[in-house]
Write a protein that binds this ligand. Structure first.
Ligand code: NAX
Length: 333
């Protein structure tokens, strides 16, 4: 059997991790032949709850899981890891301003960046889920200079999957018939879900989504606001934020990064911007990316961008620049 992969999940006592850990342990991300060592990080007050999660993981009797290490120490959690799922973060409490949330998380992700830099393998792949995910990923990478910037990503795959599902439902096809939607920008309400390059297979024919939907006003109105506001809608209905769909999206993101995504399709990933499409460099911005089988992603270049799209892409970029400024100024103060 292969050498075990060392995988860390933070926020391991939380609700996303509760679904995610089973899927990782079951082989849904790294394959059914890949043994795993799981290190589970949470904060000290959550250690009892975390031990309950560990008991359940043992009770799942998963053959791929060779060892489980629950801990409140970043050093123990990150030592020699191959992959980090950074799910844990400070949640927004009632009355908390967005700025307070940003700065509280900036401290957490500075600390985790420094620890990854010191203890993880230099090849470690990092996906940040904890919000504000894009800016947390930027901070984490900033404080882990010995790890390549392309190894840090943030999750916008849930938004991508939501966009596919909305289009599929509208047309009455399976969601895998919809290809090449894009989420541009921030995982926040300013994100831009864009289907101007997307196609859909209907009764054996591949059509542009605009042509299949035949309702531009819906695509440029309710579709966008529904995807942007989906997290809030789930929270309102469930009184809890998205967890099942979030953990499925995390698995999709990392599995495609690990094994490569189908070459006729791109996926949305928030990655360190290189200035593509005129978006600012140095923020973690969601782009369409292709992923090859050697774990390398590349931003899809040269898609034609309408004035309608550009305005929305710039709005979400501006929010990311403001978040970056607030977080870095706070950390420097
Ligand atoms: P929970 O509040 O259920 O769990 C979070 C866990 O993180 C808790 O157990 C907490 O103790 C732990 N934690 C806090 N600080 C930590 C630290 N410094 N080190 C390690 N663990 C720490 O939240 P859950 O529903 O699991 O969501 C986790 C995060 O994902 C939240 O920030 C949430 O906003 C974010 N989401 C991001 C999504 C995305 O697409 N990027 C979608 C889903 C989700 O909303």
């Amino acid at each position: 059997m292969a050498t075990p992969l060392k995988v860390c999940v933070t926020g391991a006592a939380g609700q996303i991790a509760y679904s995610l850990l089973y899927q990782i342990g079951h082989g849904d991300v790294f394959g059914k032949e890949q043994p795993l060592i799981l290190t589970l990080l949470d904060i000290t007050p959550m250690m009892n709850a975390l031990h309950g999660v560990v008991m359940e993981l043992h009770d799942c009797a998963m053959t791929l899981v060779k060892e489980i290490v629950p801990t409140d120490s970043e050093e123990e959690a990150f030592r020699d890891i191959d992959v980090a799922f950074l799910v844990g973060s400070m949640p927004r409490r009632e009355g908390m301003l967005r700025k307070d949330l940003l700065t509280a998380n900036a401290k957490i992700f500075r600390s985790q960046g420094l620890s990854l830099d010191k203890f993880a393998k230099k090849t470690v792949k990092v996906v940040v889920v904890g919000n504000p995910a894009n800016t947390n990923a930027m901070i984490c990478s900033h404080f882990a200079p010995s790890i390549p910037k392309e190894n840090f990503t943030a999750l916008t795959r849930l938004d991508h999957n939501r966009a596919k599902a909305q289009i599929a439902t509208r047309i009455g096809v399976r969601s895998d018939a919809v290809k090449n939607v894009v989420i541009w920008g921030n995982h926040s309400s300013t994100q831009f879900p864009d289907v101007s390059h997307a196609t859909v297979e209907v009764e054996g024919k591949t059509l542009p989504v605009y042509e299949a939907v035949k309702d531009d006003a819906w695509i440029e109105g309710d579709f966008i606001t529904t995807v942007q506001g989906r997290g809030a809608a789930v929270l309102k209905a469930r009184k809890l934020s998205s967890a099942m769909s979030a953990s499925k999206a995390v698995c999709d993101h990392v599995r495609d990064w690990w094994f490569g995504a189908p070459q006729d399709e791109w996926v949305s990933m928030a990655v360190m911007s290189d200035g593509s499409y005129g978006m600012p460099e140095g923020v973690v911005y969601s782009f369409p990316v292709r992923v090859s089988a050697d774990c390398k992603w590349a931003i899809v270049k040269d898609l034609p961008i309408s004035d309608f799209a550009r305005e929305k892409m710039e709005k979400t970029a501006k929010e990311l620049e403001e978040e970056k400024k607030t977080a870095l100024e706070f950390l420097a103060s």
